[in-house]
Write a protein that binds this ligand. Structure first.
Ligand code: UDP
Length: 335
């Protein structure tokens, strides 16, 4: 266990995964400072006790002032854009938000001597994998701009780490879903596109139906298969990664974050029906561009590297927490 706990800057801390990370860091005793431009995040999602700056990570000058003012010892970088189909339609947005602005943030870290950097990457860096489960050594050949925009940031981080006094942990997320089991945070994204969020909205009558994008993939039932990971397990891995970086400043890591098993779209919708006790209307639609058929993690590396013990692997539990959050009344705006 790390004894000295310094302030951690969380970018995107008003967003879905970032707000859960802030809670997990605070639960573990780390002081947290949040930066978020509130384009997709919510001020009200920033947990109590975390100083908040409405700032874009691409504003290097302001970020440097914040790093200095709070004596930041590590950065957890969540801010970015996350919708695969949107990245296909608007690639420059993704190369700006996920790549160019990350470059500015990394430069600020180097200039201010911040020694540790944890980066939100994605399984989309693997593209359409040859094997059914992908390990960190699998080839990285993104099939959409989202994956490429994150892979480019990974490459920058590795080069910067080799040249400067910084170590990093790149976490490649599989499909993140669910909400804080204590109900303190959840996914509030408007116009959501991710399957479990869309499906729980439909289960509660907030949408008329769920589209099934493609039934002709080379998978067990023809629909897309993904490795859904509970957001609380994911952010627990971040806190452990930070502790590992602090303990071994000469070591950097790239780790898959998934459970190593997959569910098809139909299996996810079955789980939502089971948990909600209803029946969502399903509509078959063509494949979305940029969607691989199957993406499942090989997670032996993260299990061997960090003392990570996933606690919420059950798909019904993931769905149940997502539903609990979705049932809450909308958060009151904070001025
Ligand atoms: N999907 C679907 N209907 C939806 C949203 C997603 O059929 O409304 C499918 C999608 O084609 C993929 C899987 O669900 O096979 C997960 O997609 P999601 O957008 O949640 O995450 P991604 O894997 O694209 O990051």
């Amino acid at each position: 266990m790390t004894s000295k706990k310094f302030p951690v800057l969380v970018t995107g801390g008003a967003g879905y995964i970032g707000s859960h990370a802030v809670l997990a860091l605070q639960d573990a005793g780390w002081p947290v400072v949040v930066v978020d431009n509130l384009v997709t995040g919510f001020r009200s999602a920033v947990p109590y006790g975390a100083p908040f700056y409405e700032t874009d990570v691409g504003d290097g000058e302001t970020v440097r002032i914040i790093l200095r003012a709070h004596n930041i010892g590590a950065i957890m970088h969540f801010a970015g854009s996350v919708v695969v189909p949107e990245s296909v339609e608007n690639p420059l947005k993704y190369y700006d938000n996920n790549t160019a602005r990350s470059r500015v943030l990394i430069e600020a870290a180097v200039t201010e001597g911040v020694p540790h950097f944890v980066f939100s990457s994605t399984a989309a860096v693997y593209g359409e994998p040859e094997a059914s489960r992908v390990s960190e050594e699998s080839p990285t050949r993104p099939i959409n701009p989202y994956g490429m925009s994150k892979l480019m940031t990974e490459a920058m981080l590795r080069d910067v780490t080799a040249a400067h006094d910084l170590n990093h942990c790149i976490l490649r997320y599989f499909n993140v879903a669910g909400a804080d089991p204590q109900g303190r945070a959840g996914q509030s994204t408007t116009g959501a596109t991710h399957l479990i969020k869309v499906a729980v909205e439909a289960a509660l009558g907030k949408r008329s139906h769920v589209a099934i994008f493609g039934d002709d993939f080379d998978t067990r039932d023809g629909t897309g298969v993904r490795d859904y990971i509970h957001v609380s397990d994911l952010v627990a891995a971040h806190v452990l990664a930070l502790e590992a970086l602090v303990e071994k400043p000469a070591v950097s890591m790239t780790l898959n974050c998934g459970y190593g098993r997959g569910y098809s779209v139909l299996e996810v919708l079955d789980a939502v029906d089971r948990v909600s006790g209803g029946q969502i209307e399903r509509r078959q639609e063509p494949r979305r561009s940029g969607d691989p058929g199957e993406l499942i993690s090989e997670n032996a590396h993260v299990l061997a590297t960090l003392p990570w013990q996933p606690r919420h692997q059950n798909i019904d539990e993931i769905v149940s927490h997502a539903l609990d959050w979705e049932r809450r009344p909308a958060l009151a705006p904070v001025s």
